[in-house]
Design a protein around this ligand. Structure first.
Ligand code: SF4
Length: 267
């Protein structure tokens, strides 16, 4: 895909959603960090339902550490992989108190040193809480980047590197949210909504989910010849044949002419 097309894609996504943001509910960097850790292999909706109650009783590293794994468990037990996540949230809260004065650091290495925080989570926190132009690649962004041809790659690291390289600066800050929302609601894994997609003419996916084109009506007396009717003299004489062309279209072969009858002489 060329640079002009990439720019056009982001211009369209921006026009459709000028201020994209995360669908996770949060009020502070710590709440966002916990929500992103909880969201691994879970929906934002299920995380929001859990954190709505959790943040009423614990919304700081101190509060979360005090709650402990057993105290946290009832709030997040509806979320997949909750046991491991509960341990990580309590452990990262303790580390934030010990190493960072209870604050979430705006630094990739420091974030990735926390339990349960990988590159993707660090990228989301840096981008959304601290306004850094990082691009976290999740399953949705991986799919959209590959399908469209925007930044194809064999794994999330490759896609992230190519997005970093190819996305123009002015779109870098919101790129993550535009692509994730596009993948979540339009360019879905099964049955992408290509017919209503705002970048359908720019996307290079070869298997777009579009209705089959309807053939234009033919003007009477023009176009392909009809097969010779079975009642015609040629058909009766057995000379009409149907040939199937390579393209799969059916064509009528020219019928052999029956020899013309001569009128008897002398009449
Ligand atoms: S046209 Fe289809 S495949 Fe391409 S980005 Fe849009 S929804 Fe995805």
């Amino acid at each position: 895909m060329n640079a002009a097309k990439r720019r056009a894609i982001f211009e369209r996504l921006r026009a459709a959603n000028p201020h994209p943001t995360t669908e996770l509910d949060y009020a502070t960097p710590f709440e966002l960090l916990v929500a992103v850790v909880l969201s691994a292999q879970a929906t934002d909706r299920s995380v929001n339902l859990a954190t709505r109650k959790l943040y009423r009783v614990a919304r700081t590293p101190q509060g979360m550490a005090k709650l402990g794994v057993d105290g946290l468990a009832p709030y997040i037990s509806s979320i997949g992989l909750w046991r491991g996540k509960a341990k990580n949230v309590v452990a990262l809260s303790q580390l934030l108190i010990e190493r960072h004065g209870g604050e979430v650091p705006a630094d990739r290495d420091a974030l990735q040193a926390l339990p349960g925080v990988g590159r993707k989570t660090a990228n989301v926190v840096l981008n959304t809480a601290f306004g850094q132009p990082t691009i976290a690649v999740d399953t949705h962004i991986f799919r959209v980047a590959n399908r469209t041809g925007l930044a194809p790659g064999r794994n999330v690291e490759e896609v992230e590197q190519r997005l970093e390289k190819f996305v123009p600066d002015e779109f870098r800050q919101d790129c993550h949210h535009w692509l994730i929302l596009h993948g979540r609601y339009v360019c879905t894994a099964r049955a992408p909504k290509c017919a209503t997609c705002v970048i359908v003419d720019l996307c290079e996916y070869r298997h777009k989910n579009l209705p089959a084109p309807v053939a234009p009506p033919r003007a009477p007396g023009r176009g392909r010849r009809e097969a010779t009717p079975a009642t015609s003299p040629a058909a009766k004489s057995g000379t009409a044949k149907i040939a199937i062309a390579r393209s799969g279209t059916v064509k009528s072969a020219p019928a052999k002419r029956a020899p013309a009858k001569r009128a008897p002489k002398g009449r």
